[in-house]
Design a protein around this ligand. Structure first.
Ligand SMILES: Nc1nc2c(ncn2[C@@H]2O[C@H](COP(=O)(O)OP(=O)(O)OP(=O)(O)O)[C@@H](O)[C@H]2O)c(=O)[nH]1
Length: 259
């Protein structure tokens, strides 16, 4: 048996991070505060090529990626944000838009979700017209109807090619009780705007009930408890292994903050 601590410790302890024993009351407080940081899972969905990867990359790494490839399965990014006096960790699930890369993973996307970002491409009408199907998919997977949902029209920098009229999109957003953001992951001047999308969600989440999905790095090899199973499935899937080497340039490890 391995003596690796993360494998031999109970999952409940692993989830709270390293155990620090100290006689110093102040230090204990700091450790407790870290353990209490709330983590929220946000899924980003929409047709292939609308810019989901670029938007999450822009928010977590502060720039437009040099190159992107179609997401296979799911890619993860994390960022800490401060809302009032609290640090929240936003765990972004950048999902594959292509059906063939989604099939085996879909049930994982929709587990323990705290917020949804629906993305369409402002220059491609079909990506907007497909929005009802993405909403239906959420309903089919019994997503809580009360969690924050946001509609994002991406690629507004391509002004001459805009095909989805703002009024039309706003009507749709109103019908589904979502705020609408039109933005660009590419345009540096819109960087604050992309931040605002996710900060809007963070503010909405701050007032929601505390929930603690597992930290992505809390995967415990060999642990078959329900909490861990999601990570076993994801990481043992051949597709996901490919994904880690091929497209995880903006992976959790790099974008994770230290707060
Ligand atoms: N002009 C412009 N191009 C963008 C923008 N965002 C993304 N793109 C381009 O759109 C293409 C698709 O971007 P991705 O972020 O990979 O799209 P995706 O929705 O993650 O695609 P899948 O992984 O297949 O679901 C890439 O060529 C990006 O460079 C934007 O805001 N403006």
């Amino acid at each position: 048996m391995s003596d690796n601590t993360s494998q031999s410790r109970p999952l409940s302890e692993v989830a709270q991070g390293p155990r620090t024993e100290t006689a110093d009351a102040g230090a204990v407080k700091v450790v407790e505060k870290q353990a209490q940081k709330r983590i929220f899972k946000i899924i980003v969905i929409g047709d292939s090529n609308v810019g989901k990867t670029c938007l999450t990359y822009r928010f977590c790494l502060g720039k437009f990626p040099d190159k992107t490839e179609a997401t296979i399965g799911v890619d993860f990014r994390e960022k800490c944000v401060q809302v009032d006096d609290e640090h929240l960790k936003l765990q972004l699930w950048d999902t594959a838009g292509q059906e063939r890369f989604r099939k085996s993973m879909v049930q994982h996307y929709y587990r323990n979700v705290h917020a949804v970002v629906f993305v369409y491409d402002m220059t491609k009408m079909s990506s907007f017209e497909n929005m009802p199907q993405w909403i239906e998919e959420c309903d089919r997977h019994n997503l809580n109807k009360h969690i924050p949902r946001i509609l994002v029209g991406n690629k507004c920098d391509m002004i001459e090619r805009v095909a989805v009229n703002t009024n039309l999109a706003q009507k749709f957003a109103d019908t589904h009780n979502m705020p609408l953001f039109e933005t660009s992951a590419k345009d540096d001047e819109k960087a604050n705007h992309v931040d605002a999308i996710f900060l809007t969600i963070a503010h909405k989440l701050k007032n929601s009930k505390p929930m603690m999905p597992p930290h992505l790095t809390d995967f415990v090899p060999g642990d078959t408890s329900p909490r861990n199973i999601e990570y076993i499935d994801l990481r043992s899937s051949p597709r996901h292994r490919g994904l880690q080497s091929a497209t995880r340039d903006a992976s959790v490890e790099k974008s994770e903050c230290a707060c």
